[in-house]
Design a binder for this molecule. Structure first.
Ligand code: HEM
Ligand SMILES: [Cu+2]
Length: 656
């Protein structure tokens, strides 16, 4: 009996690595501390009522951001572990097996569980406010999306201490990811974790397309929308075409692994190349899904901090849409070297290069917006200015990679690693940071300390170049991607050491950001204006933090930069909007179903991962029950009385 328990435990829990024991202990302690604190301060009810069951887009946005920042920490620790291993030749800090697991989880976490939720957080926090709406189109679905994402992320992260992490790379190419070569449950955690959160992402895409098309304030024509809203629309359209491909691909891989199908195994009549095509048909658009909203953010910030209208609005919209469509015609540039017909390669090389054109248009538009503007250099603008040169270099090396013959040299080398980090960190991460800095006062009602913010900016930026520039040269020198160690004879030692130092500088930048938030919470500087940057779009017309109903009266938005124009008119003493009477506001009611249903998904996934049908089947029944209960819930909504609205407005605007 005891023996069989022992045997089970040694398979169930990951054993034999001090790093992981450390993690287990700290996870255990954190959990205990969390439960104890919540119990001691009697906060369980509050947590349930105010957060877990909420359907308010602003709260859901905040939860996304918190989850994403925690994941940035985990992915960042992974990165620094890898860089430590590569700091010097012949290091024995990580075993090759462990190194494989870390680059796999780092890649997955950074893209799917850091960049995506940070992006969805910003969608949620900003889009309804910018279009003058009271919520997203489907608030219940929005909550479900969030909880599915979180449960998927938890499932994936759990593999670190239970069962073992996946180690077949972030895109899990077969045959390596098939049962024969990856027998452990790690790969199943990958399949289920990404699958569950991916369904959430697809639903968010649908939700925001409908929100943007249907819920805009009166007067806001499509061509009057703020550029961030356009970028969200472009990204969401890409999501709804790309994510179904991922869902199917992972489902097929799951069938291969769990039920012995042979979709991707040559010996059983399948084809691994099929998987590689499918995964990149999702994977390439995926990188545009995360970069497009960053373009939107930069556009908002550039025009706000230059006090000018965005230059070339129409060409910007055109560029966003062109990129979102062309991104579906470039996937094969990820496997130029795998022996395709020359004409096919030529087609994909050209389509890839075409994307550089709209991207270049955007860069020029930002520069022209700044030209002769009255620029101020607060933190959101700094990140934007830091982004431009970084992205230009990243874009140029991307064009180099798209030259198929040259790619035979660059492929799977550190040149590639340097390129994609340049666009992912310099473009996506910096872009979302810029957005967080920019909208922070709107979301939380207080401003962030600028001085610590500048320290964070400089350490991140300098660290970035110190870390990744040497990697271009390492790549040209022949250092291949996913190398876990190298000898002194290679001559790669100085460049690698420099790169590691840069990596740790970025880690320091992250610490500055955490410190900045803590410091700003402690010495809170309330933003009483609701409009600290002298903004241009509707979100700045309401008090901060936005009340639960957002707008007491739905605004009229006839111009681009509606709030800016309104402020100009007010300054000239022109009154255009007549005082509207405040009416009771209709709100969607809270619901526990999204959370419970997502927990059921978690249980189902966990059951399938271990082949425990006694667990998976009740999980599935739970999911069905939640759907049934929800479809018979008719009147889950309420009204905020006009009196309450008046009172809240007066308090928030300080007129009481
Ligand atoms: C914070 C600084 C970061 C450092 C120091 C860092 C470092 C690394 C290292 C050392 C590797 C492994 C290279 C190899 O041996 O193959 C790697 C891979 C990767 N990183 Fe990062 N990274 C950072 C941030 C990010 C961010 C922000 C993202 C995405 C938004 C990202 C996405 C990836 C991906 C997709 C891979 C490929 C994993 C694979 O080969 O399967 N990284 N990174
Ligand atoms: Cu691509």
């Amino acid at each position: 009996m005891l023996e069989s328990i022992k045997k089970f435990a040694s398979e169930f829990f990951v054993t034999g690595d001090p790093l992981i024991y450390g993690a287990m202990v700290s996870i255990g302690f954190t959990m205990i501390a969390l439960v104890a604190t919540l119990t001691y301060f009697k906060k369980w009810g509050w947590l349930w009522r105010e957060w877990i069951t909420t359907v308010d887009h602003k709260r859901i946005g905040i939860m996304y951001v918190i989850a994403a920042l925690l994941m940035l920490f985990r992915g960042g620790v992974d990165a620094l572990l890898m860089r430590t291993q590569l700091a010097l030749p012949n290091m024995e800090f990580l075993t090759p097996e462990h190194y494989n697991q870390i680059f796999t989880t780092h890649g997955v976490i950074m893209i799917l569980f850091m960049a995506m939720p940070l992006m969805f957080g910003l969608f949620n926090l900003v889009v309804p406010l910018q279009i003058g709406a009271r919520d997203v189109a489907f608030p219940f679905l929005n909550s479900l999306s969030f909880w599915l994402f979180l449960m998927g992320a938890m499932l994936f992260n759990l593999s670190f201490v239970i069962g073992g992490s996946p180690d077949a790379g972030w895109l899990a190419y077969p045959p390596l990811s098939e049962k024969v070569f990856s027998p452990s449950v790690g790969q199943d955690f990958y399949n289920w974790g990404i699958q569950i959160s991916g369904i959430g992402s697809l639903m968010t895409g649908i939700n925001f397309i409908v929100t943007i098309l249907k819920m805009r304030a009166p007067g806001m024509k499509l061509m009057k929308m703020p550029m961030f809203v356009w970028s969200v629309l472009a990204s969401s359209v890409t999501i709804i075409f790309a994510f179904p491909i991922l869902t199917v691909t992972l489902a097929l891989l799951m069938l291969d692994r769990t039920f012995g199908a042979h979709f991707f195994t040559l010996d059983g009549g399948g084809n691994p190349m099929m998987y590689i095509n499918l995964i990149w048909m999702w994977g390439h658009p995926e990188v545009y899904i995360v970069i497009l909203p960053a373009f939107g953010i930069f556009s908002e910030i550039v025009s706000t901090f230059s006090k000018k209208k965005l230059f070339g609005y129409k060409s910007m919209v055109f560029a966003l849409m062109t990129i979102s469509i062309t991104s579906f015609f470039t996937w094969a540039h990820h496997f130029f070297t795998m022996g395709t017909d020359a004409n096919v390669i030529a087609f994909f090389a050209v389509t890839t290069m075409i994307i550089a054109i709209p991207t270049g248009v955007k860069v020029f538009n930002w520069l022209f917006t700044m030209f002769r503007g009255r620029i101020t250099f607060q933190t959101p603008m700094l990140w934007t200015l830091g982004f431009i040169p970084c992205f230009v270099v990243g874009g140029l090396t991307g064009v180099m990679l798209s030259v198929a013959p040259a790619d035979f040299q660059f492929h799977n080398s550190y040149f590639l690693i340097a390129h994609f980090h340049q666009v992912l960190i310099g473009g996506v991460a910096f872009g979302f940071f810029a957005g967080l800095y920019y909208w922070w006062p709107k979301v939380f009602g207080f401003t962030l300390n600028e001085k610590l913010g500048k320290w964070a900016f400089w350490t991140w930026n300098i660290g970035f170049y110190v870390c990744f520039m040497p990697q271009y040269f390492l790549g040209l020198d022949g250092m291949t991607r996913r190398t876990s160690t190298f000898g002194w004879d290679k001559g790669w030692y100085e460049l690698n050491l420099t790169s590691t130092i840069g990596g740790f500088m970025m880690g320091l930048g992250f610490i500055f950001q955490v410190w900045q938030i803590a410091h700003s919470v402690r010495f809170m500087q309330k933003d009483t204006t609701g409009d600290p940057w002298n903004g241009r779009t509707l979100e700045w017309s309401i008090p901060s933090p936005a009340p639960e109903y957002n707008f007491a009266v739905i605004p009229q938005a006839d111009e681009q930069d509606a709030w800016w124009e309104e402020k100009k008119r007010r300054a000239e003493g022109i009154v255009t909007v007549t005082e509207q009477p405040i009416e009771p506001i209709h709100m969607p009611g809270k619901s526990g179903i999204p959370f419970i249903k997502s927990v059921c998904w978690f249980v189902t996934g966990f059951g399938f991962i271990w082949g425990w049908y006694w667990m998976a089947i009740p999980g599935l029944i739970g999911i069905a029950a939640c759907m049934l209960i929800h479809s018979f819930t008719y009147d889950n909504e309420y009204y905020i009385p006009a009196e309450t609205v008046k009172h809240t407005e007066a308090t928030l605007r300080g007129t009481m």
